[in-house]
Design a protein. Structure first.
Lengths: 299, 246
């Protein structure tokens, strides 16, 4: 220990510590720091008393205010529910068609439906329902499971091919993989389907008989489809398992469509959709149904 | 000033200083951490949380290997906006068998705590192979390499390791892990539920990858089985909010 002495340059005393001839000044802490320190100490005592703070052996001190972030959330959500109830109660109590007929409710339902759609539906069906490879377009007037507003609501509620007992269920046979049709027959029926899609005369085609025997029972005599079992209409140019229309050359497009028809007959792919009643409330689902129905193609 | 003189003695003796630091830090640590092991309210009492099935656990290992946690958290905080978007806030009980847990609030992608059941398995496969094919604005990298066969030769050992840190797998589950994994992955979702469902209720049956139909179980199948169970174990319609309030 070196002796404590006054440093001639700064006028401060030294601490008496010395390392290799270097001595330490005994500079006091800044006044502002001391003030903040003691204010913090006082504040913490107030905090211990008012807020949940000290852990105990099998619990914690709840504090005089009894604050709980989870209880806070409950009351915030309750407040929000009450604010929305003005609209949602009316939307839930009316049939979907009546919601659509009331211009005020329609505006509310479309705005709410759009937000729910973008979070929950757009990942598959695309923003604005434009659709994607394997996921139907919702902005057109072609519907696999029906396009009336009630049918749309039903599909949203229970989904397609999932474990919900009310979900839409249907399965197309594996005509190729299970050996029901030969590869040559599949090519013939594919050519038939492509002609049906062009709405050109088909009676003389070799695939006509195969289609009538195997496909017409679900897809309809003239390929008009069947909404009750989700059998797509074939008499149009809408293809679920083809890339969305881009700047493909016509012959490239035709080859892709033919390949997708053959692959679908040989070993069909089946789309699935979750049952949204398991995640969303009835009001949100009705708003979604209104939104989807008014995207452009509702029936 | 005698107190400061004692302090000088501590400062100038390496051993005394070390002991002093350990004692000081321990007091802080013990007060903050130790009670969590005995406080009964740390983990909420809710029904339904179970250890991951072998297939889900294999998928979880892939989730960690690929660093999904760098962009995705699995913790819905008790805020209104998060509850609106993701669903019920996460409970500690829901990640009690997670080693390591996937909490966090740093998100580049969305929170995944309740992604289970939100999308069809087929969507997950296409999204993981090429995220932009279904979400045009996504910045997520593609994971097409997950279509390779899953190596689950050591799945029983992995469950055993988890048991050593407190996950309650029993001997039957550990010995039959590979069998359970195959049973879950190769089950027909439309047929009667196989025995594996008794051990692991709510497990997602069947393959996520549609073809090749009888090919080996892929890493993709495992990862999607894991994603599809996330946040689905607790049925919140059966939970009394008063019992989980903190």
């Amino acid at each position: 220990m070196a002796p404590v002495e006054k440093d001639p340059v700064t006028g401060r005393y030294t601490t008496g510590h010395e390392w290799d001839g270097i001595r330490e000044l005994n500079t006091p802490l800044p006044r502002w720091w001391i003030i903040v320190f003691w204010v913090s100490v006082v504040w913490s005592i107030g905090y211990w008393v008012l807020m949940p703070s000290w852990p105990l052996l099998n619990g914690f001190t709840p504090g005089l205010l009894g604050y709980s972030s989870r209880a806070d959330l409950e009351s915030e959500i309750a407040e929000q529910k009450a604010a929305r109830a003005v609209w949602l109660n009316r939307i839930e109590s009316l049939p979907a068609a009546a919601v659509e007929a009331d211009s005020e409710l329609l505006t509310y339902a479309r705005a709410g439906g759009r937000i729910a759609f973008e979070e929950n539906c757009a990942p598959c069906h695309g923003v604005g329902g434009v659709g994607a490879f394997g996921y139907p377009t919702l902005a057109d007037d072609e519907w696999l499971w029906g396009g009336t507003i009630d049918e749309i609501e039903q599909t949203i509620k229970f989904g397609v091919r999932n474990s919900n007992p009310n979900s839409h269920q249907s399965e197309m046979p594996k005509f190729g993989a299970d050996g029901i049709l030969t590869p040559q027959q599949i090519e013939q029926v594919a050519d038939y389907v492509l002609t049906v899609a062009d709405r050109a005369p088909v009676a003389s085609l070799p695939g006509a008989e195969i289609f009538a025997e195997n496909c017409a029972v679900c897809h309809g005599e003239v390929g008009e489809g069947n909404k009750d079992i989700g059998a797509p209409a074939l008499n149009n140019q809408i293809w679920l398992y083809a890339s969305k229309l881009g700047n493909q050359k016509p012959e490239v497009r035709a080859a892709e469509i033919r390949a997708t028809v053959i692959s679908q007959v040989t070993r069909p792919r089946h789309g699935a959709m979750p049952a949204w009643s398991e995640r969303l409330g009835p009001g949100t689902i009705r708003m979604l149904a209104v939104y989807v129905h008014t995207l452009g193609g509702g029936r | 000033m005698s107190l400061f003189k004692h302090h000088a003695r501590i400062e100038t003796n390496a051993l005394l200083l070390t002991i002093g630091i350990v004692v000081t830090v321990s007091v802080g640590g013990l007060v903050e951490v130790a009670p969590l092991f005995s406080i009964e309210s740390t983990i909420e009492r809710v029904e339904g949380v179970r250890p991951y099935s072998p297939l889900e656990q294999a998928g979880r290992d892939i989730y960690l290997r690929e660093g999904c946690y760098n962009c995705h958290s699995q913790m819905i905080r008790p805020f209104k906006d998060e509850a609106e978007r993701y669903g019920h806030y996460s409970l500690a009980a829901e990640s009690k068998y997670d080693h390591p847990f996937q909490w966090g609030s740093k998100r580049t992608g969305p929170d995944l705590a309740r992604v289970g059941g939100k999308y069809a398995s087929d969507w997950h496969v296409r999204h993981l192979i090429d995220p932009r094919s279904v979400v045009p604005g996504s910045v997520m990298p593609g994971y097409p390499h997950l279509m390779r066969p899953l190596d689950y030769s050591d799945i029983g050992v992995r469950l055993r390791v988890l048991r050593s840190v407190g996950v309650p797998y029993n001997d039957t589950q550990i010995d039959g892990a590979a069998h359970d994994l195959e049973e879950q992955a190769l089950a027909d979702p439309n047929a009667a539920p196989p025995p594996v469902m008794a051990s692991y209720p709510k497990a997602r049956l069947g393959r996520a990858v549609e073809s090749p139909e009888n090919g080996p179980v892929t890493e993709m199948d495992a990862l999607v089985a894991y994603l599809q169970v996330l946040g689905t174990m607790v049925d919140f319609t059966q939970v009394d909010p008063a019992l989980i309030r903190r």
